[in-house]
Design a protein around this ligand. Structure first.
Ligand SMILES: [Zn+2]
Ligand SMILES: [Zn+2]
Length: 205
């Protein structure tokens, strides 16, 4: 998707773009991302100028076929990732890192680390790499088929979403139970109201 700089004004222009699964595969270094995409990605964005700067905001929508991190079942993960980007004219500046310089020469665009700001150069800005990064950022760090997925039994491998197993569930004691025990113990040791003069009682110094 290209942004033609001359066509933008102070009034937002709405632009849409559809990225096919092949489009994503070609762009992405991450082969898992390319393999998991199941339908065309939709991008809607509004672009306008603020002085010499370009301001973009929009949303990426897509759908991915991922494996649940708990039960390993494949499931459909919708992605809806908002984004915004402020681009300053690069002028004669040169990006510090070589990769940034390559990107500025190739795409007319170099992004800062935060993905929300960058520089542009020339009459056309190629947004494909930026949009691909937005999509990647929209995927969950730990994919879950559902929020309360019970996962697989670590002993016998039974999918605990489907059936219970006979393995003994040796749950570690709840940290809250431990805290409650500590609280009771402190309550027994300390007088109900130590008063200001007795605060240090019981402490080793
Ligand atoms: Zn699951
Ligand atoms: Zn089991």
């Amino acid at each position: 998707m290209q942004l033609i700089v001359d066509r933008l004004t102070e009034d937002p222009t709405e632009l849409t773009f559809e990225g096919s699964p092949d489009w994503l595969r070609e762009l992405s270094d991450d082969s898992e991302l390319g393999a998991a995409v199941v339908s065309p990605l939709q991008f809607v964005l509004r672009a306008h100028t603020i002085g010499a700067d370009l301001y973009l905001e929009g949303e990426a929508l897509g759908s991915f076929d991922l494996a649940c991190g708990r039960c390993l079942k494949r499931y459909r993960q919708p992605v809806r990732e908002p984004f915004r980007l402020v681009l300053e004219p690069a002028g004669s500046r040169i990006p510090a890192d070589p990769e940034g310089a390559v990107s500025l020469a190739r795409d007319g665009l170099v992004l800062s680390d935060e993905l929300e700001a960058g520089w542009f150069r020339g009459p056309e800005v190629q947004l494909d790499h930026f949009l691909q990064e937005v999509v990647a950022a929209g995927l969950p760090f730990t994919p879950l088929c559902r929020e309360d997925c019970a996962g697989l039994c670590p002993s016998c491998g039974t999918d605990r979403n489907l059936e219970a197993c006979d393995c003994r569930q040796e749950r570690p004691p709840s940290p809250f139970a431990a805290l409650a025990g500590l609280r009771d113990e402190l309550a027994r040791k300390a007088p109900a109201d130590p008063g200001p003069g007795r605060r240090g009682e019981g402490e080793e110094t």
